[in-house]
Design a protein around this ligand. Sequence first.
Ligand SMILES: C[S@@+](CC[C@H](N)C(=O)[O-])C[C@H]1O[C@@H](n2cnc3c(N)ncnc32)[C@H](O)[C@@H]1O
Length: 255
Amino acid sequence: MSGHAVLTAATMTSDRRAPKIWFLGGGPGAEDLLTVRAARALAQADVVLWGKNLLSDAVVSEHARRDAELVPWPPATKADIEAIYDRAATDGLHVAWLLWGDPSLFSSLREEVQKAGARGLDCEVVPGISAFNAAAAMLAIELTKAPESSRPLILTQGRGDPVAIRDLAAHGGTMAIFMIAELAEELQRELIAGGYEPQARCVIAHKITRDEEVMVTCRLDELAATVAAGSLDSHSLVLVGAALEEGGPGVTAPA
Ligand SMILES: C[S@@+](CC[C@H](N)C(=O)[O-])C[C@H]1O[C@@H](n2cnc3c(N)ncnc32)[C@H](O)[C@@H]1O
């Protein structure tokens, strides 16, 4: 006889797991850029919600249970997600929500933890590799330099107040700008107005670590034209500033 325990109806009932939601850092896209902890949580989940636009299907197919209910988001809506929280609470489900990159950056984590908590669901957050970490690794650069330099690393987003970009650029450190959307022209103008040289190096990282990845170095005054030429406005991150000026094995000269 094998060493497997025999589950009776009684033990199955008493073993019913408390409902839980994991908010997992899904990494930048590749299936092997998940933490071991996130992969383990994924392997236990009854329901897996995942940010399909940026995470490859292989992240789920490699790590989720074969019988897990898979819910790509989009097309899942906020209402669908709330319905999953409700079901988790009533049916004792374990739900893993794979968020892009790291859950602490430009996500809806706080709102989602509140919604899950309001239903009495246990929540656990697992950190992930952010897109800016992946870009720096591909370029083999240090985004900050300790202890000899106090130059800042600024993480911000292209959406929002353009004047804020100009003010942030004035700090003269390195900037990683998420969600550039259709704002490359405005971004280029404000970064230069804030003090970066027009010929400063700038890197556009698009869907990096996925099959479709594009990583281009250009002059800052060619940022908008480069984004337009490659249709790189969505799912892209822009890096500019001191860390790129120092160069590194992966940093090429602007074309
Ligand atoms: C809603 S934010 C989420 C950021 C995520 N929490 C992180 O830590 O990377 C989505 C933005 O992250 C950036 N991003 C995420 N994954 C990326 C990737 N694989 N390649 C390039 N940019 C990426 C893009 O700027 C994209 O518009």
